[in-house]
Design a protein around this ligand. Structure first.
Ligand code: PEP
Ligand code: MG
Length: 892
C-alpha cells in the first residue's frame, strides 16, 4: 500500500486519504501554483498507528523515499550542516478542525544545522530564532513539556534585556535562550533535545497522529459530528520563511469576505512573522491592502492566484501564504468556512457571475445556516451604552455575564447562566469554554484568529481584537475607556458590527423572519444593502428549493394562531395537532370530571360540556389551514397528566385526617389518582389505549372534528381534516377506533346534510406497528411516523430523561455521534421507518406517509425521509423554512 504521496501525485478529490489540506496542496501543485514541495502521509497510516499503537513497517521506507526525492528536488538535505532543508509537519484531516491538532515547524534544525542556516540566510538572528521556536514547539507538542516553562524563560530573557518584544532580542540573546530551552527539555524529560533530523521528523509525525485523539479534538468532532475513526493525514512540507526580515511576511486571505459575504478580497497580513503568529492572534495583523503598499509585486501575484483558485474551486477559497524575501509561496488553500449570511450571499453571487448553477447554489447553503439567520438581533432603536468596539468576527446578538476563563464559563453555563467568555486571545485549550459561552470577546487577533475561526464554525457570536480592552484574567477584570468590568457583569456583543455594549440590550426578530412571515417587500423596507442582499438570497434559494423538492412540508401546530404563522412560513398543511394541549389549563377540571365520573350518565354530562369548546378549537385550526390538509390527533398523553399531583393530594389528605376535616371529594380524587398511577406512564394508559378504555372520549373529539368541518363547509370553506390515532401497536386497535369514528362522521354528515369524507390514519410510533404495517395499513388511510416515541421504544431510552443523563458519556465513547432524538438513527429506527413504508404501501399503494416527530425538522433526518420515499415531513412552524430548504437539497 501507498502510505506516502508527493504533492505532485494527488488531487483535490482524495480528501479521505490525504486529508483536506493534503488534497488541496496536491491540487495547487497540479495547477502550477507556487507551493513549496513536500509529501503527505495518508490517513490510512494514521488509522493503523491509532489501532496498533505503532507505525506500519512500510511507512519508514516510504518516508525515506519521499524525503530523498524532496531533498533532490530542492537540492538540500534535511538538517544538513550547510544550507539545510527544514520541513514543517502539519496535521490535516478530511474535515478541517482549525487549531485542534498539532503542527511543528522548522524540523531539521540542530546544533550544527543552525549554523548552516545562519550562513545560508546570512541572518544569524533568524537562524537562532527558528531554532528556539523548534525547541519550544517540539518540546511542548511532541515531548509534552509544559509550554509555560518556555514562555517564562522567554519573558525573563526580554526582562534581562529590558525590551518588550521578541523582535528586539538579538542573535546572541536567542542563542543563549536556545541553550536554556534545551536545558528545560533535559530537566522535564530526562533526555537531550533530539539532534537527529530524521528522528525529529518521525517523532513529530507520531505526535500529529496522537493529536487526533486529544480531548479537545474529540470534543470538536462531537460538536461538528465528525466521526472519531477517520484519522488525520500528515503533511511534510519544505519550510519557507516569513520571518526573514521586512521583505518577508505571512498572511491569510479570502477571495470574498467570509463574515459578511461582501464581494472583494479580504485578508490579514503580518510582516516578518511565521504563520502561527497570525492564527494565534499574538500580534494584531494588518489588512491585506497594506501588503499592496509594502510589496506590490507579491500582492499582484496573490490577487491573480486568488482569482485562479476561486475559478477553479468555483467557491470562496481561503489561502495561507508566506512571502520569503519578496517571493510568494502558497502554503494552504481550502473552500473557506463562512457565516450563514455569507453562505447565502456568496451562493447567489456565484450564480449571478455564471460560475455555478442554481442547483449548486442550493447545495452550498444548509438548513442549519438558515436557522441561524432566523435568530433575533439587537433592537436598533434601543438605548445603547457602547463600551468598546472590535472586529465583527462572527455575527449574532449575544447577551451574557462575563467570565475570564473556560472553567468558569463551563461551570456557570451548567447552572443555567448565559456567559460571555472574555480572553486576550483564545487557543484550542479554551474550546470547552467557547462551547459553553453564548458569545466570545477577545482583545487581540483578527478575523482569522483562532477565536474568530472557531466561533464562525460553531455559529457563535464573537467580537475579536477589541484592542482598547485590557484583560486581566488573574484578577478577573477587563478595563476599557476607563471603565472596569468585573466577573459577572453583563455585556451585549453584536457580532455583526463588532460593537460591545454595557448591560443587556433588548433583541428583536431577525429581518429574515420578517421576510418569511411578511414577504419580501415588507422585509426590505428600511434595511441596509447587505441585509437586503441576504434576504433576497434566502428568497431565491427557498424558491428554488420549493421548485425542485418532492416532499411536502407541513407544520406541527395546535392552535389557529400557530397554524396561521406556519402557513406564512410556507407550511403546506398541519401534520400534527396535539389535541391534549386543548385540554389543559381552565378545561382541566372538566376532564377531571370525566375521569372521576361515578357512572355513565355523569361522564356523558361532563363530556358534553367539552363539545362546544372543542368544535371552536377545530374551527379555528381548520380556518387557518383552509384548503390544506390538517391532521388532528386524538388525545395522546397518560390520563393522570390531567389529574392533580399525587404527592400533593397525599399531603392534603394527611393534614385533613389530622384535623378531622376529611372531605369525601378529596378522598375520591386521591383514590382515583392512586388507581391511575403508573410506574412507566409513557408505556401505560395513553394514546389509543386511553381512547379504548374511557368511553366517549375519542367519540367526543371525532364528533367535534366532524361538526367543525360541516360548519365550515356550509359557510363555503374548504376544511380538510384528517384524523390521526396515536400509539397504535395492533391493527385491531385501529379497527375498533375506526368503527366508532366512521359511524359518528356518517351520523354528523347525515344530520348536517353535507358530504364528509374524513381520512383516518395512524401514528407509527411503536416497533410493532412498524413490523406489522402491512396489516395496519388495512385500517389506515395514512401513516404518520412519531419518531420521538419510535426512537424511545426502539432503543428503550426514556425520551424525557436520557439526554440529561448518560448520553454525554455515550457521545464521548462514540456509541453515537449525535443524540438519536435529534437526528434519526437511520440504521436502527430508520429501518423500521423503511419497512413500515414499504409494507404499508404493499397493502395500500396510495398510502400517504409522513413524519411528525422532532426529526421532521432536522436536516440530516429530512434527507433520510426523502430517500425512504416519505410524502411529507411535519415540524414546528419555525423549522418549516429549514425543512423546505433541506427537502430541496435532498433532491440534489
Ligand atoms: C412522536 O412520538 O414522535 C410524536 C410526534 O408524538 P408525541 O411527541 O406527541 O409523543
Ligand atoms: Mg408520540
Amino acid at each position: 500500500t501507498r502510505l506516502v504521496f508527493a504533492f505532485c501525485e494527488g488531487d483535490k478529490d482524495q480528501k479521505d486519504l490525504l486529508g483536506g489540506k493534503g488534497a488541496n496542496l496536491a491540487e495547487m501543485t497540479r495547477l502550477g501554483l507556487p507551493v513549496p514541495p513536500g509529501f503527505t502521509i495518508t490517513t490510512e497510516a494514521c488509522r493503523f498507528y491509532l489501532e496498533q499503537g505503532r507505525e506500519p513497517d512500510l511507512l519508514t521506507v516510504q518516508v525515506t523515499t519521499a524525503l530523498r526525492r524532496l531533498e533532490d528536488e530542492v537540492g538540500r538535505r534535511l538538517g544538513d550542516a550547510t544550507d539545510p532543508l527544514l520541513v514543517s509537519v502539519r496535521s490535516g484531516a478530511k474535515h478541517s478542525m482549525p487549531g485542534m491538532m498539532e503542527t511543528v515547524l522548522n524540523v531539521g534544525l540542530n546544533d550544527r544545522s543552525v549554523l548552516g542556516l545562519a550562513d545560508a540566510s546570512g541572518d544569524e538572528r533568524f537562524a537562532w530564532d527558528s531554532y528556539r521556536r523548534l525547541i519550544q514547539m517540539f518540546g511542548k507538542t511532541v515531548l509534552g513539556v509544559d509550554g509555560e516553562a518556555f514562555g517564562s524563560a522567554l519573558e525573563a530573557a526580554k526582562l534581562r534585556k529590558g525590551v518588550d518584544s521578541d523582535i528586539e532580542l538579538e542573535a546572541r540573546d536567542l542563542q543563549a535562550l536556545v541553550a536554556e530551552f534545551k536545558q528545560i527539555v533535559l530537566v522535564h524529560t530526562g533526555e537531550e533535545f533530539p539532534q537527529e533530523p530524521r528522528r525529529q521528523l518521525d517523532l513529530a509525525t507520531r505526535s500529529v497522529f496522537d493529536s487526533w485523539n486529544t480531548h479537545r479534538a474529540r470534543l470538536y468532532r462531537r460538536r461538528e459530528r465528525i466521526p472519531h475513526d477517520l484519522g488525520t493525514a500528515v503533511n511534510v512540507c519544505a519550510m519557507v520563511f516569513g520571518n526573514l526580515g521586512p521583505t518577508s511576511g505571512t498572511g491569510v486571505c479570502f477571495t470574498r469576505d467570509p463574515a459578511t459575504g461582501k464581494k472583494g478580497v479580504y485578508g490579514d497580513y503580518l510582516a516578518n512573522a511565521q504563520g502561527e503568529d497570525v492564527v494565534s492572534g499574538i500580534r494584531n495583523t494588518l489588512p491585506l491592502d497594506d501588503l499592496a503598499r509594502l510589496d506590490p509585486d507579491s500582492y499582484a501575484e496573490l490577487t491573480l492566484i486568488m482569482r485562479r483558485l476561486e475559478t477553479h474551486y468555483r467557491d470562496l477559497c481561503d489561502i495561507e501564504f508566506t512571502v520569503e524575501r519578496g517571493k510568494l509561496w502558497v502554503l494552504q488553500t481550502r473552500v473557506g468556512k463562512r457565516t450563514a449570511a455569507a453562505a447565502f450571499r456568496i451562493a447567489v453571487q456565484l450564480v449571478d457571475e455564471g460560475l455555478i448553477t442554481m442547483d449548486e447554489a442550493l447545495e452550498r447553503v444548509a438548513g442549519a445556516q438558515l436557522a441561524q439567520l432566523m435568530f433575533p438581533q439587537f433592537d436598533a432603536g434601543a438605548e445603547r451604552n457602547l463600551w468598546t468596539r472590535g472586529m465583527a468576527a462572527s455575527p449574532g446578538a449575544a447577551v451574557g455575564r462575563i467570565v475570564f476563563d473556560p472553567a468558569t464559563a463551563v461551570a456557570w453555563h451548567a447552572r443555567g447562566e448565559r456567559v460571555i467568555l472574555v480572553r486576550k486571545e483564545t487557543n484550542p485549550e479554551d474550546l470547552e469554554g467557547m462551547i459553553a459561552a453564548t458569545g466570545i470577546l477577545t482583545s487581540r487577533g483578527g478575523k482569522t484568529s483562532h477565536a474568530a475561526v472557531v466561533a464562525r464554525g460553531m455559529g457563535k457570536t464573537a467580537v475579536c481584537g477589541a484592542e482598547s480592552v485590557t484583560v486581566d484574567a488573574a484578577r478577573r477584570v477587563a478595563v476599557a475607556g476607563g471603565r472596569t468590568l468585573h466577573e459577572g457583569d453583563t455585556l451585549s456583543l453584536d457580532g455583526s458590527t463588532g460593537e460591545v455594549f454595557l448591560g443587556e440590550l433588548p433583541v428583536v426578530p431577525s429581518p429574515v423572519v420578517c421576510y418569511l412571515e411578511h414577504g419580501l417587500e415588507v422585509a426590505l423596507a428600511g434595511v441596509d444593502e447587505s441585509t437586503a442582499e441576504v434576504i433576497r438570497a434566502v428568497d431565491r434559494l427557498l424558491a428554488h428549493a420549493d421548485r425542485v423538492r418532492r416532499m411536502r412540508v407541513r407544520a406541527n401546530a395546535d392552535t389557529g394562531a400557530d397554524a396561521d404563522r406556519a402557513r406564512r412560513m410556507g407550511a403546506e398543511g398541519v401534520g400534527l395537532c396535539r389535541t391534549e394541549h386543548m385540554f389543559l389549563g381552565e378545561r382541566r377540571p372538566l376532564i377531571e370530571r370525566v375521569v372521576l365520573a361515578a357512572d355513565a350518565e355523569e361522564r356523558e354530562a361532563a363530556l358534553a360540556e367539552l363539545v362546544a369548546p372543542q368544535i371552536q378549537d377545530f374551527v379555528d385550526l381548520l380556518t387557518a389551514m383552509d384548503g390544506l390538509p390538517t391532521t388532528i390527533r386524538l388525545l395522546d398523553p397518560p390520563l393522570h397528566e390531567f389529574l392533580p399531583d399525587r404527592a400533593e393530594l397525599m399531603v392534603k389528605a394527611a393534614v385533613a385526617r389530622e384535623r378531622g376535616e376529611v372531605d369525601p371529594n378529596d378522598v375520591r380524587l386521591l383514590a382515583a389518582v392512586e388507581r391511575l398511577h403508573e410506574s412507566n406512564p409513557m408505556l401505560g394508559l395513553r394514546g389509543v389505549r386511553l381512547g379504548l378504555t374511557v368511553p366517549g372520549l375519542f367519540a367526543l373529539q371525532v364528533r367535534a372534528i366532524a361538526q367543525a368541518t360541516a360548519q365550515l363547509r356550509k359557510a363555503g370553506g374548504n376544511p380538510r381534516p384528517e384524523i390521526l390515532v396515536p400509539l397504535v401497536g395492533s391493527v385491531m386497535e385501529l379497527h375498533l377506533v375506526r368503527d366508532e369514528a366512521d359511524s359518528i362522521v356518517a351520523e354528523v354528515a347525515a344530520s348536517e346534510c353535507v358530504d364528509l369524507a374524513i381520512p383516518i390514519g395512524t401514528m407509527v410510533e411503536l416497533p410493532r406497528a412498524a413490523l406489522t404495517a402491512f396489516r395496519v395499513a388495512e385500517a389506515a388511510e395514512f401513516f404518520s411516523f412519531g419518531t420521538n416515541d419510535l426512537t424511545q421504544t426502539t432503543w428503550g431510552f426514556s425520551r424525557d430523561d436520557v439526554e440529561a443523563g448518560f448520553f454525554a458519556a455515550y457521545l464521548d465513547k462514540g456509541v453515537f455521534t449525535v443524540s438519536p432524538f435529534e437526528t434519526l438513527d437511520a440504521s436502527g429506527v430508520g429501518r423500521l421507518v423503511d419497512i413500515a413504508t414499504r409494507e404499508g404501501r404493499s397493502t395500500r399503494p396510495d398510502l400517504k406517509v409522513g413524519v411528525c416527530g422532532e426529526h421532521g425538522g432536522d436536516p440530516e433526518s429530512i434527507h433520510f425521509f426523502h430517500s425512504t420515499g416519505l410524502d411529507y415531513v411535519s415540524c414546528s412552524p419555525f423549522r418549516v423554512p429549514v425543512a423546505r430548504l433541506e427537502a430541496g437539497r435532498a433532491m440534489l
